[in-house]
Design a protein around this ligand. Structure first.
Ligand code: SAM
Length: 319
């Protein structure tokens, strides 16, 4: 019998890591964070950090205004872009879903683990039917059911756009993501987005400077060591989490910074770095309102209704 041999394609994780260390891409690694050990650290971070205002401020806005939003969109299918962890499942997703009381909740994420656990919370606590969509919701037709839909996105996920630290704010990518959400919503429904719009470097840096956030950020290095073919010179201890604020582009960079000069081989490919080199695994753009409103307009939405906290806002846009 002849076996058909297929070439063994590089996994998306291996490819993304290669692109990262060879500096072809930057800020694109977040898709590998919301599962396994990293998701455990994320959960611990949101539970233990006192400075991480982003979570509590947004949860309070959702809990306060969900009923008001539901008056217009009650019973529409709820589609969540970016399901996250257990704490956000209980404190953000659940109050929102309970206010709308849809017949169906759809959790969309790259991470099957994340989408499945938030769907399980919704089903257990409400009895509402749930479904999952996996993949990149910024580019995909998510095959949503017809009829009225409220597409929600909490946790400032719209701010996570890949980009190098020196690049300008990626306005076109922001518009393109918003356009894709609009296409998925169709002609009846709304987009509800939670965003951090804080531009104060002191409180921004403080909010992420927690040992569990460092552990979350650095966990990718241990995964690389466990799962990829790296030479023995690859040492996770040579990189440290370091948040960086770039005022001109409103860019908060989540970086792993090299602590010394070094090098290693990744699947036979040489990688070299110097002390102080920045490897950004994710960006959080803190869009001022005029930039966000311009992007919404360019993507074909009307002006948003804004519910404001101190630094975080909920933006509701009808389609
Ligand atoms: C910043 S977290 C927010 C999670 C949660 N909603 C919260 O408020 O804490 C982003 C979530 O969206 C997912 N995600 C981010 N960008 C995505 C994309 N383009 N396609 C699919 N999932 C994405 C991540 O895996 C993660 O679960």
């Amino acid at each position: 019998m002849i076996a058909l041999l297929k070439p063994n394609p590089k996994s998306s994780f291996a490819q993304d890591v290669e692109d990262w260390f060879l500096r072809r891409r930057s800020g694109h690694m977040i898709r590998h964070y919301y599962s396994g050990k990293a998701l455990e650290y994320w959960e611990a971070f949101t539970r233990h950090s006192k400075e991480y205002y982003l979570f509590d401020e947004e949860a309070a806005l959702i809990q306060t205004y969900a009923e008001q939003i539901a008056k217009k969109y009650g019973q529409a299918t709820v589609v969540e872009l970016g399901t996250g962890g257990i704490k956000s499942g209980y404190q953000k997703t659940l109050p929102f879903v309970k206010a709308i009381m849809p017949k169906l909740y759809i959790g969309c994420d790259w991470s099957e683990e994340s989408a499945a656990l938030v769907c399980a919370i919704v089903e257990k606590e409400t009895g509402i039917k749930t479904d999952v969509r996996l993949g990149d919701f910024n580019n995909k037709d998510m095959q949503l059911p017809t009829g009225k839909k409220v597409v929600c996105q909490f946790g400032s996920t719209l701010s996570n756009i890949e980009s190098f630290p020196d690049d300008p704010l990626p306005f076109d990518a922001l518009v393109s993501n918003l356009k894709n959400y609009k296409q998925n919503i169709g002609d009846d429904g709304a987009l509800v987005i939670g965003l951090d719009q804080n531009n104060n470097p002191g409180s921004l840096i403080a909010s992420y400077s927690h040992r569990y956030h460092a552990a979350f950020s650095e966990s990718i290095l241990h995964r690389i060591q466990r799962e990829l073919r790296v030479s023995r010179h690859f040492d996770p201890a040579n990189f440290r989490y370091n948040p960086i604020w770039i005022e001109k582009s409103y860019q908060f960079v989540h970086a792993l910074v090299a602590q010394c000069d070094g090098g290693f081989e990744l699947d036979g490919v040489p990688v070299n770095y110097a002390k102080g080199d920045i490897f950004s695994y994710d960006n959080s753009f803190k869009y001022p309102q005029h930039i966000l409103s311009n992007a919404l307009e360019a993507a074909g939405y009307s002006l948003p209704q804004i519910y404001r906290g101190d630094r975080v806002s909920l933006q509701v846009v009808e389609v």
